[in-house]
Design a protein around this ligand. Structure first.
Ligand SMILES: NC(=O)c1ccc[n+]([C@@H]2O[C@H](COP(=O)([O-])OP(=O)(O)OC[C@H]3O[C@@H](n4cnc5c(N)ncnc54)[C@H](O)[C@@H]3O)[C@@H](O)[C@H]2O)c1
Length: 261
């Protein structure tokens, strides 16, 4: 078959994006709008149900199909309700983007002193939450003959130098494990590792004048931070039939921050 750019289209597909309704300028919002523009019906899911509704309305105003769902990805029943709402609205699920996470609110917690409660909470949301969402959608993907799961990790996991980085490295492990175990069923599982992104949360964690940003701007190959929209092309590749033979990979979208062979 000759390749066609139409293979990036997602018409008729149903996508869940978690963490898509939070702070105004967020990566999840860019992902949800991008998937909607590519033709997918989008389930905009977030702990912040009001924010999810706003992004849902943006997709509908742009001519797309969407619903908003309030969800706590760390709670199995809440995740099951999200998936039921998606299935009831659109008849199935083809794409899951595990984007929700704790990040800006964490700051830089010292591993030597972090409490067990804090540690467990971070892992519960950033790792277990992604597992619960994957477990809930996999039966529906099987029913459709395949699907795509994209886990949002971070350049900050290469190497992990923070508790947040540890959680994202664990999510890389979940990505490769699910990819290995689900490949035969045509369920592709990949990760996107963004560099420093100028989302509202990114700017909160690392303001423009922070030493970390100055260091990045001096050392990253392309010398610039990224905007949420600059991640969407990679997502569309991994969620569409253009990426059918890609699984178990971490795609670094970071202007050349993490350079890997
Ligand atoms: N901004 C960056 O520089 C950067 C870099 C690398 C990776 N990331 C990752 O990208 C993703 C989005 O980041 P962002 O900058 O848009 O941050 P963000 O804080 O705007 O997005 C995170 C979203 O997750 C939601 N969330 C948190 N806990 C939840 C829960 N238990 N259930 C459901 N939703 C929950 C929040 O409400 C929020 O909307 C995160 O996974 C983050 O770790 C961000």
């Amino acid at each position: 078959m000759t390749f066609s750019a139409e293979q990036f289209r997602l018409d008729g597909k149903v996508a869940i994006v978690t963490g898509a309704g939070g702070r105004g300028n967020s990566i999840g919002r860019a992902y949800a709008l991008g998937l909607g523009n590519a033709g997918a019906a989008v389930v905009v899911a977030d702990l912040n149900a009001e924010g999810a509704k706003n992004v849902c309305n943006e997709i509908i105003a742009a001519g797309g199909k969407a619903i908003a769902v309030g969800v706590d990805i760390a709670k199995p029943e809440s995740v099951r309700n999200m998936v039921s709402a998606a299935s009831d609205a659109f008849g199935g699920i083809d794409i899951l983007v595990n984007n929700a996470a704790l990040m800006a609110e964490l700051g830089y917690l010292p591993a030597a002193d972090i409490s067990l409660e804090q540690w467990n909470r971070i892992m519960e949301v950033n790792v277990t939450g992604a597992l619960l969402c994957a477990q809930a959608v996999i039966p529906l993907m099987r029913a459709r003959g395949g699907g795509k799961i994209v886990n949002q990790v971070s350049g900050g996991a290469f190497p992990a130098q923070s508790i947040y980085g540890i959680s994202k490295l664990a999510l890389v492990g979940l990505t490769t494990t699910l990819a290995r175990q689900l490949g035969r069923e045509k369920i592709n599982v990949n990760a996107i590792a963004p560099g420093n992104v100028t989302s509202d949360a990114g700017k909160l964690l690392t303001p423009d004048d922070s030493p970390f940003v100055k260091l990045l701007e001096a050392t990253v190959a392309m010398r610039v931070r990224g905007a949420p929209d600059e991640l969407v092309g990679a997502l569309l590749l991994l969620c569409s039939s253009a990426g059918d033979w890609i699984t178990g990979q971490v795609m670094h979208v970071d202007g050349g921050w993490v350079l890997r062979p």
